[in-house]
Design a protein around this ligand. Sequence first.
Ligand SMILES: Cc1ncc(COP(=O)(O)O)c(C=O)c1O
Length: 362
Amino acid sequence: MPRPIEALVHIDALAHNLARARAASPDARVWAVVKANAYGHGIERAFDGLRGADGFALLDLAEAERIRARGWRGPVLLLEGAFEARDLELCSRLNLWHVVHCNEQIDWLAAHKTHQPHRVFLKLNSGMNRLGFAPTAYRSAWARLNALPQVDEISLMTHFSDADGARGIAHQVDVFEAATRDLPGERSLANSAAILRHRLRSDWVRAGIMGYGSAPDFPTHDIAHWGLRPTMTLRSRLIGTQSLQAGDTVGYGSSFTAEAPLAVGVVACGYADGYPRHCGTGTPVLVNGVRTRTVGRVSMDMLAVDLTPIPGAAIGSEVTLWGCGPGEARLPIDEVAHAAGTIGYELMCALAQRVPVRIAVA
Ligand SMILES: Cc1ncc(COP(=O)(O)O)c(C=O)c1O
């Protein structure tokens, strides 16, 4: 009998969330961002739910190969472009579009022998100061690319640092518009937070986290507010129970002390499964679909939950760590991430290898 923990990927929810991205940006084509193994969901599994996208955006050449191996002939975009000159050979062979964010990448293109000219997305650093050409260098980079026989189409892009927060996007949109004024080519600006929070016209939007059922601006808004559905469930079972007396403690470090008699369940899930150790007492969890809280520290393979609201719970009872519980019960991954002081992105990407993943039956 294997450990009872498993993750489920909800293909229908991926398709639903993609449709939300489309509805929010009706004039744009939608990149489904599937980097980091589709935010931990598995590229192949996510592909089945996101195949209605106009293209797939990712980082790794190996992941691009996996999308092509799935039979996808449409656009695939490398969001960070080539990491070294010889990557361009695979770009040619697999017909990958790629970001160009620095002069070295233009040098590599200029030296690249290809029969098929490349489509590139020229990235502007409009204020995030991660990747991209400074506004003052952008036009000369465009002119260099435009002169290359290895390039047939140049699109223009940037990335927002604060689309989910108070600072917003206006300052970066202004920089982008000034730097790209009169330049031909398609535009791509918005990530999930910009798609949902800022109505901004562009040719391509880049939907990442919203596709995976996490609100980019939680706790300001949750997935119910944005009409999104969980795409990953992490679930397990109770493998033990304890009856505590007042003064008894739970787990390493005795960080939780019962104030009165308390029934506690022990769940087969720990930080070695990808459940964050930073989740302290009080993190929401579902037992048999009923909401309760964790108690004490998360250990490598186990965590403990308060069984007070679930008097019938026993060894074998179903525990939902995040995602979809039995019936209509839901526990958004964002709530668990918030309790750990992080974001839904990190939890889904950190799902551990040892957790078996299945496609949920709709
Ligand atoms: C360049 C770029 N575009 C789009 C995305 C998707 O962002 P999100 O998952 O917030 O939608 C990312 C993710 O970090 C990114 O790096």
